[in-house]
Design a protein around this ligand. Structure first.
Ligand SMILES: NC(=O)C1=CN([C@@H]2O[C@H](COP(=O)(O)OP(=O)(O)OC[C@H]3O[C@@H](n4cnc5c(N)ncnc54)[C@H](O)[C@@H]3O)[C@@H](O)[C@H]2O)C=CC1
Ligand SMILES: O=C(O)[C@@H]1CCC=N1
Length: 275
């Protein structure tokens, strides 16, 4: 997962359309791992704040306001604008997207819709997540009919360089979005709340946050590396009449488990609404 990938020479230039949070996390992670070079990237983004971020943090990346202000001669185009803007951005003169590998990370925009918008089927739909920035992402992707084996290899290398990459069916994308695409937000909420509890119990804020963060990090690592079921690892923490079982009772009484299941199901439904 963390191995330095070999660079694909035939797919080396990329235009990122929408240089916001997710575009930065994904491209930032790939740049840090040498999958792509700053000089080979162009960002299209009219937002002042985004432009300032790229100029400050990735100064060799060319940034333009609009597609019209740039010559899009790159091998890969990555749509990373909000879902409602994808159709608007993709609407270009006939043949504009021909000869390019088109990749979209927009939630809810299906492969079929993307192919219709760009007028060909060399299209990959990806759902990444923000931990890509630190090389610990989880992404799902699905490819349309005319995606070349070398395109797929590039996608696997690029996503694999910033975390886990799994190929799935387009029909599974809403569910994956709800678990791993949106998931970092749920985990951040849990970490924040655990830290609040620590403060309530008397710890200084920074120490409580550090402990909560490391606990989530360590537990995720333990689940991934031991392959043991989370229920078994949970039971191993809970001593008879101890502190943990008392806390677990409160979490069950307050419906944490049901709330999380419901949250994921609701996010999947919301993703479907964006189709
Ligand atoms: N934030 C996340 O955790 C994830 C987001 N996504 C998807 O990534 C996409 C982008 O989301 P974020 O990065 O969170 O949003 P964002 O709001 O941070 O970034 C969107 C960027 O698009 C720019 N933009 C607006 N109009 C534009 C135009 N006409 N042409 C080019 N750029 C334009 C904005 O200035 C902004 O910088 C969405 O479709 C979202 O569904 C997917 C996975 C995770
Ligand atoms: O909230 C959203 O719609 C996007 C998709 C997954 C994470 N953020």
């Amino acid at each position: 997962m963390q191995e330095k990938p070999t660079r694909n020479q035939s797919l080396s230039t990329l235009t990122l359309i929408g240089g916001g949070q997710m575009g930065r996390a994904l491209i930032g992670g790939m740049l840090d791992r040498d999958v792509i070079q700053e000089n080979d990237i162009r960002v299209i983004d009219p937002g002042q704040a985004s432009q300032a971020w790229w100029q400050e943090n990735r100064p060799a990346v060319a940034v333009r306001d609009t597609l019209e202000a740039a010559s899009v001669d790159s091998d890969i185009v990555l749509f990373a604008v909000k879902p409602y803007l994808v159709a608007k951005v993709a609407k270009q003169p006939a043949g504009f997207w021909d000869g390019k590998l088109v990749v979209s990370i927009a939630a809810g925009i299906t492969l079929e819709k993307l192919c219709g918008l760009v007028g060909h089927q060399r299209v990959v739909r990806v759902m990444p997540n923000t931990p890509s920035l630190v090389g610990a992402g989880a992404a799902g992707f699905c490819a349309a009919k005319d995606v070349l084996p070398s395109d797929k290899q590039w996608i696997e290398t690029a996503l694999g360089s910033v975390g886990l990459a799994v190929e799935i069916e387009d029909s599974q994308m809403d569910a994956l979005t709800a678990v791993s695409g949106s998931g970092p937000a749920y985990v951040c909420l849990i970490v924040e709340a655990m830290a609040d509890g620590g403060v309530l119990a008397g710890l200084p804020r920074d120490l409580a946050l550090k402990l909560a963060t490391q606990t989530v990090l360590g537990t995720a690592k333990m689940i991934a590396e031991t392959g043991r079921h989370p229920a078994e690892l949970k039971d191993a923490v809970a001593s008879p009449a101890g502190t943990t079982i008392a806390a677990l009772q409160v979490l069950e009484q307050n419906g944490l488990r049901a709330a999380l299941i419901d949250a994921v199901a609701t996010a999947a439904r919301r993703s479907k609404e964006l189709h």
